[in-house]
Write a new protein. Structure first.
Length: 251
C-alpha cells in the first residue's frame, strides 16, 4: 500500500516545447578553443564574429570565424575556416535551469566544422603539442642495485625461409617499421592530406602514406573523417576528399 501511495504523490516535471521547431547548428570546436570558452564565466562577452558566404550548389556554406582574443587565456589561433553543411542527424537540444525547469531549445539542422587558419599561432600550437607528446614519462629510481645474472648466449643460424614464412616475416617487419613512425598532430596531418589532394584527386592509401609517413591505422582514422573511400569503379581502393572540403586548404 505504501508503494502505491508514493506513486500517487510523485510529480513529473513537464518539458516545455515552445521552441522545439527552432533550427540550431551543431559545431565541433577544436580542443584548445573549446577549453578556453568553457572556462569563460562572462555571459555578456562576444566570443567572436562569423562571416559566411552564400550556400553553394552542393548545399554548403563556407566562411571564417574570428575569435575575440579577450575570451582566451592562452595563445591559440584566432582565425578559423568554417564549413556549414546540412545534417541527417535527428538531434534536439535540451536545457534545464536552476529551478529544474526543462525545455527543448530546438533541433539540429546543420553541422559546422572549424579548422585553424595556417599562421604563426597555429604553428606555435602544433609545436607545443609535439613537445608535450615527446616528454618522457616518470622515472622511478631503483631501491637497490640489481643483481648480476650470469649466463651464456646460444647463436642459431636460421634455415632458409619458405615463401609463406617470408610473407609472415615481411608483415612483421612492416608492422615494426610502422610502429616507429612518429604520429603527427591531427590538424597538422589533415593539412598535409589537403596538400597532397591538391596534386591529384584520388589516392591509394599506400601511395598517400609515402608522403604522410604515418602509422597506417592512424592515417586511416583521419581519412575516414574527411574522405570518401571508393570500393568499386575506375578509382577502386582510392580515397577522395569529401565534396565540401575540396579546395579548403588554400581558401
Amino acid at each position: 500500500m505504501s508503494g502505491a501511495s508514493d506513486n500517487e504523490d510523485e510529480y513529473v516535471e513537464p518539458v516545455y516545447l515552445d521552441l522545439e521547431g527552432r533550427e540550431m547548428y551543431l559545431v565541433k570546436l577544436p580542443k584548445e578553443l573549446g577549453a578556453a570558452w568553457k572556462t569563460n564565466t562572462d555571459t555578456e562577452v562576444v566570443l567572436g564574429t562569423l562571416k559566411m558566404n552564400k550556400r553553394d550548389a552542393a548545399g554548403f556554406r563556407k566562411g571564417q570565424l574570428s575569435v575575440n582574443p579577450e575570451t582566451l587565456s592562452e595563445e591559440i589561433p584566432l582565425d578559423y575556416r568554417t564549413v556549414l553543411a546540412p545534417t541527417n542527424l535527428s538531434l534536439k537540444v535540451f536545457s534545464q535551469d536552476g529551478s529544474g525547469r526543462m525545455a527543448i531549445e530546438g533541433k539540429i539542422t546543420e553541422s559546422c566544422t572549424l579548422m585553424p587558419q595556417p599562421g604563426a599561432l597555429y604553428k606555435k600550437q602544433l609545436g607545443d603539442r609535439y613537445i608535450k607528446s615527446m616528454q618522457k614519462g616518470t622515472v622511478v629510481p631503483l631501491e637497490s642495485t640489481p643483481k648480476q645474472v650470469k649466463g651464456s648466449i646460444t647463436l642459431k643460424i636460421p634455415k632458409p625461409r619458405e615463401s609463406d614464412d617470408e610473407e609472415e616475416d615481411d608483415a612483421k617487419y612492416s608492422k615494426e617499421k610502422d610502429s616507429k613512425k612518429i604520429k603527427m598532430d591531427r590538424e597538422a596531418l589533415k593539412n598535409e592530406i589537403f596538400k597532397q589532394f591538391e596534386k591529384r584527386d584520388f589516392w591509394p592509401l599506400k601511395e598517400l602514406n609515402l608522403h604522410c609517413r604515418q602509422p597506417e591505422a592512424y592515417l586511416k582514422e583521419i581519412l575516414r573523417e574527411i574522405c570518401i573511400y571508393h570500393k568499386k569503379g575506375p578509382n577502386k581502393s582510392c580515397y577522395e576528399l569529401q565534396p565540401h572540403l575540396k579546395g579548403q586548404h588554400n581558401s
